[in-house]
Write a protein that binds this ligand. Structure first.
Ligand SMILES: Cc1cc2nc3c(=O)[nH]c(=O)nc-3n(C[C@H](O)[C@H](O)[C@H](O)COP(=O)(O)OP(=O)(O)OC[C@H]3O[C@@H](n4cnc5c(N)ncnc54)[C@H](O)[C@@H]3O)c2cc1C
Ligand SMILES: *[C@@H]1O[C@H](CO)[C@@H](O)[C@H](O)[C@H]1NC(C)=O
Ligand SMILES: *[C@@H]1O[C@H](CO)[C@@H](O)[C@H](O)[C@H]1NC(C)=O
Length: 463
């Protein structure tokens, strides 16, 4: 075996990182502070039974690890080929994501996590070169990076176990921190290396709501199952993603002050009936009020840091390295892409993890900054721009130009969501260039249109 690795966190990214490294021949142990979700009672599960969109970058990583595994893990997804915009009157208008039927895929977060844990079990039974095991109810407490002048000295990690009085201390050749936005691994790494770090909360909170399957025996979906539904209202919005059972997970995003001002049944009912009348019918008024009053209100934050590693001993990936607001649907996909890039680098540098980690920090940072800024910018697109005529015109122009020019003209959404061969920072650069051309071209067209109108007027006056 290639070495003993501890992965901290059995969330989506930690599970995938564990599988990928085990596939590469490492001896992997994943430590997770929560209880095994497969054993836990459903109380906690219901809260987390939200869905997310998997796209091209995420899928590529799963396929890299094992194409058949990718199929099993993604068996229950629903393709969403575009947005469905709901206006104030309840009218719906479709906006396709891609020209060639490209889709992003809705999947239940809990199902995805359990499917990945199941794959971990399967892996261990299959007697591969590497091996992988999970330790639940292990909370990372401390990281000791070992002897600085001896690069082969192990990292020592301390865990607190539930229902145990004594902590466990274990030694590993390297540790991968995939312990989420409030990462403990990152905190220790930040004490060891000169890490730049920033954290920004945005003034939006989110509340999850639930649209039940319809009563219609011929169609369990009360709205299209192949779209990501959006009720864009500028400062706030509602979205809904389909589940295979006919239900939809809907999420309200709005400023904290507004959301917290909606307290009583009357306030909530009248706000939703004014702003999202068709959604109230889909959710049901009483269910809506109950959910809005009782479901947790989540905060949204962006985290950036650099470097991501210490020597060949520790690296952070996923939300631990780059928590982002969810408006581009890329958080997990980007975390999975981290896993692919890290795996490829580890392969390249054979057994020297230091080179791989170093290269990861050097090459990945600009892409992470790019996707963080894209994610933040996309709130505006989803909540407001989608309804503007100029935006629709630009989208239409993008479509035509892409059809005419192929890869010489790529819509931004296509590059981010469907083109894993284009790094995020390149997508941002290409879009900036295209935007400049559109401005020039747009300016020229407005100018010529004005000249034509003036000329016409003059002629008209002369006659
Ligand atoms: C409302 C919303 C919608 C989203 N929609 C999408 C989407 O459509 N598409 C998309 O790609 N992304 C989406 N995201 C982002 C996505 O959820 C995250 O990027 C992804 O879950 C990150 O995975 P992770 O494994 O890095 O972190 P997490 O999922 O946070 O997992 C970290 C794990 O580490 C464990 N842990 C923490 N501390 C310790 C410790 N000290 N010791 C041991 N274990 C520890 C935690 O219990 C947890 O299980 C969305 C996010 C939100 C909030
Ligand atoms: C693999 O890791 C486990 C857990 O840390 C350890 O008990 C086991 O001895 C390791 N196996 C090898 C071959 O190093
Ligand atoms: C650290 O490693 C160096 C080089 O291997 C060794 O000389 C030194 O004694 C070690 N220090 C400790 C505290 O183990």
């Amino acid at each position: 075996m290639k070495g003993n690795v501890a992965v901290i966190g059995a969330g989506l990214v930690g599970a995938v990182a564990g599988l990928s490294l085990a596939q590469e021949g490492y001896n992997v142990t994943i430590f997770e502070l929560r209880a095994d979700p497969r054993l836990a009672d459903t109380g906690d599960k219901n809260l987390r039974s939200i869905n997310l969109a998997v796209s091209n970058r995420g899928i590529r990583t799963l396929r890299m690890i094992d194409p058949q595994m990718a199929e099993r893990v993604l068996a229950d997804v629903l393709p969403m080929k575009g947005r469905m915009i709901h206006d104030l009157k309840g009218n719906q208008a479709e906006q396709l994501y891609g020209l060639y039927g490209d889709a992003i895929y809705s999947i239940d977060r809990g199902v995805l996590n359990e499917n990945l844990l199941h794959e971990i079990e399967l892996f261990d039974e299959a007697k591969n070169e590497g091996s992988i095991q999970t330790k639940f109810e292990h909370k990372l407490l401390n990281v000791d990076f070992g002897n600085d002048s001896d690069k082969d000295s192990p990292v020592e990690v301390t865990f607190r176990r539930k229902n145990h009085n004594d902590d466990v201390r274990l030694k590993f050749d390297m540790i991968i921190g995939a312990d989420g936005a409030h990462s403990t691994t990152r905190a220790f790494l930040g004490k060891k290396v000169r890490m730049d770090y920033s954290q920004q909360y945005i003034d939006k909170c989110y509340v999850e709501l639930y649209i039940p399957p319809s009563d219609d025996p011929n169609n369990k979906f009360s709205i299209s199952p192949n779209h990501l539904h959006i009720w864009p209202r500028r400062d706030f919005m509602l979205i809904a993603l389909p589940n295979t059972d006919g239900s939809f997970t809907s999420t309200f995003f709005g400023p904290w002050k507004l959301t917290e001002s909606l307290k009583t049944k009357e306030q909530i009912s009248s706000f939703f009936s004014d702003q999202f009348p068709d959604a109230v019918n889909l959710i049901g008024e009483n269910t809506l009020v109950h959910a809005f009053q009782n479901n947790p209100k989540g905060s949204l934050l962006q985290v950036t840091c650099s470097p991501y590693h210490f020597k060949g001993k520790c690296i952070i990936i996923g939300d631990a390295a780059h928590s982002m607001v969810p408006f581009y649907g890329q958080g997990m996909n980007c975390g999975f892409e981290d896993v692919r890039l890290l795996t490829e680098l580890l392969k390249k540098s054979k057994y020297v993890s230091e080179d791989a980690f170093e290269a990861f920090t050097e090459t990945r940072h600009k892409d992470l900054l790019a996707i963080l800024s894209l994610a933040l910018g996309n709130y505006h697109e989803m909540s407001a721009k989608v309804t503007s005529n100029l935006y629709k015109l630009r989208k239409a122009a993008d479509g035509v130009l892409h059809k005419l020019l192929g890869d010489h003209w790529l819509p931004l959404y296509t590059m981010v969501s469907f083109r894993d061969d284009i790094p995020y920072h390149e997508a941002l650069e290409i879009e900036a260039h295209q935007q400049r051309l559109v401005s020039i071209f747009g300016g020229v067209s407005i100018l010529s249109a004005s000249v034509a109108i003036l000329y016409g007027l003059k002629r008209g006056l002369k006659i």
